[in-house]
Design a protein around this ligand. Structure first.
Ligand SMILES: Cc1ncc(COP(=O)(O)O)c(C=O)c1O
Length: 472
């Protein structure tokens, strides 16, 4: 039953309290506020209101399988130490930036840092942004020209969709996720439809991510580039690769997928972010000097905002200093080891074969040949039957495991899953606890299904429902 000491139960109690409708209680609130509460009630009723509850690992004894601190640079204090070093090296820093990059906001430190990061990634130039979200708005709002066409993987991040909404491109066409044949067909039909693309007066911009934040799978970049070459024989295509989830965790010294494949010349634009494995914030767009000049002059998220401030750039530089010195290599290897350890632990559990065969617990990103994979990623979504997804989340939280559900619109409709993220600082026994907890859930659900008892819900869900009714 509900125990106030259990961080998962406390989290759920707060979350449940946040889902209660408010509009009927707004009293004499203004029409504006009442209508907003009504709009929020629609989310509360679907039990999907986002609230500002602290993740359970931050409340004490919960285990972090959810944050983006993949290299554990944040939790270990390593990024703080590197940041403080950076401040000490620059005792005269100014918090004042002076305006946008095109006005008084440009300064030597930001330009030096851009070049340092560009050199690390073997790119010609870099342009620092306040965040990856703004970087995608900048890229898509300014680089595709009116008669260009954007082709994008259907699972790209929301920031890319929002950027594309601002773009002047003639058309934006999705291809099926990581599907080489679908890209081929999409490009062919674009060539058939748009004469300016066919005669190479304009370009196709192809947007992909190196590691997908929803599925944790890796983009088959070499094959996609080969298809673009085969179909767009005149070479009028440009790849944009968002490396947000690869930065720090994939490739030599965490430099990302493009560097690991030696494809720097095949990709026109890369985006690296520092808010995830590098445990600070900010982002950098890599490309040639033409791309940089176009961004600086035409992208409103650059021209109409204050230049990235010193402290943010110093955080980025601190992170990149750790990467380039090789100080993060052990953490990068450790994430690989832990993910493999998790696959070993879960497949060794006696219930795994039956549970995965029945579709009660499965992990698509694992694939069949997981033992021989050269590379794992830190994102491992766990799937159950759609109607059990929240029950699985309750089960994990009550076992003090912090994990996040990924639902529409972050995942396609009807494809909710629980996203698990591995960190260098996770212990092997925590990983085994995770695998065991997932399998315990599967075992319980199999028993329920085989019992034929209609309406029987698993133990964790019973506790949560009791909490909802105030009877726990
Ligand atoms: C693929 C991708 N691109 C861009 C972003 C946005 O980055 P930031 O958090 O720096 O705004 C994210 C963050 O979730 C992401 O996963």
């Amino acid at each position: 039953m509900y125990s106030p000491e259990n961080v998962g139960a406390r989290f759920l109690a707060d979350w449940i309290a946040g889902q209660k409708p408010r509009e009927p209680k707004t009293g004499d609130a203004s029409t504006f506020d009442r209508n907003l509460e009504k709009a929020l009630d629609a989310k509360r009723e679907s039990k999907s209101l986002v609230t500002r509850i602290k993740a359970i690992w931050k409340m004490g004894d919960g285990i972090d399988f959810s944050s983006n601190d993949m290299l554990s640079l944040g939790s270990s204090g390593k990024i703080r130490a590197a940041f403080l070093n950076e401040l000490a090296r620059n005792p005269d820093f100014l918090l004042y930036a002076g305006g946008s990059r095109l006005m008084d906001g440009n300064y030597d430190y930001v330009e030096d840092t851009e070049q340092m990061i560009a050199d690390f990634h073997k790119a010609e130039t870099g342009l620092i942004m306040n965040s990856g979200y703004n970087a995608n708005l900048a890229i898509y709002s300014s680089l595709p020209l009116a008669d260009d066409v954007i082709v994008y993987d259907e699972l790209v991040h929301m920031s890319t969709f929002d950027g594309m909404d601002l773009s002047a491109a003639k058309a934006k066409v999705a291809f099926r996720h990581n599907d080489i044949e679908s890209l081929r067909q999409t490009l062919r039909s674009i060539l058939d439809t748009y004469p300016r693309i066919r005669d190479a007066s304009n370009s196709v911009l192809i947007s992909v991510e190196s590691v997908y934040s929803v599925d944790g799978d890796v983009c088959p970049l070499q094959e996609l580039v080969a298809v673009a070459r085969e179909v767009c024989v005149k070479g009028n295509f440009a790849f944009i690769v968002d490396e947000a989830h690869a930065t720090g965790v994939i490739g030599p010294k965490g430099s990302g997928l493009v560097n690991s494949l030696g494809m720097e010349e095949d990709v026109a634009i890369r985006l690296h972010t520092c808010g995830k494995a590098l445990a600070s914030s900010g982002a950098i767009i890599l490309g040639n000097s033409t791309v940089r000049a176009a961004l600086l002059n035409y992208a409103h998220p650059i021209t109409y905002t204050t230049a990235p401030p010193f402290y943010s750039v110093a955080g980025m530089r601190a992170g990149y200093g750790l990467l380039s010195s090789g100080a993060t290599q052990d953490s990068q290897n450790r994430v690989q080891h832990l993910v493999k350890h998790f696959f070993q632990a879960i497949t060794a559990n006696p219930i795994w074969t039956k549970a995965s065969g029945m579709g009660i617990l499965f992990i698509p990103v694992m694939g069949e040949a997981w033992e021989n994979k050269k590379m794992y990623t830190h994102i491992v979504p766990a799937w159950t039957r759609q109607e059990y997804t929240w029950w699985l989340l309750f089960h994990l939280l009550l076992a003090r495991i912090s994990a996040q559900p990924v639902e529409y619109p972050s995942a396609p409709k009807g494809k909710s899953r629980i996203r698990i993220i591995f960190h260098a600082a996770n212990e092997e026994k925590q990983v085994e606890h995770l695998a065991g907890t997932l399998c315990d859930f599967a075992k319980e659900m199999i028993e329920i299904e085989e019992s034929g008892e209609i309406g029987r819900v698993p133990r964790a869900a019973q506790q949560v429902y009791a909490l909802m009714q105030g009877t726990a």
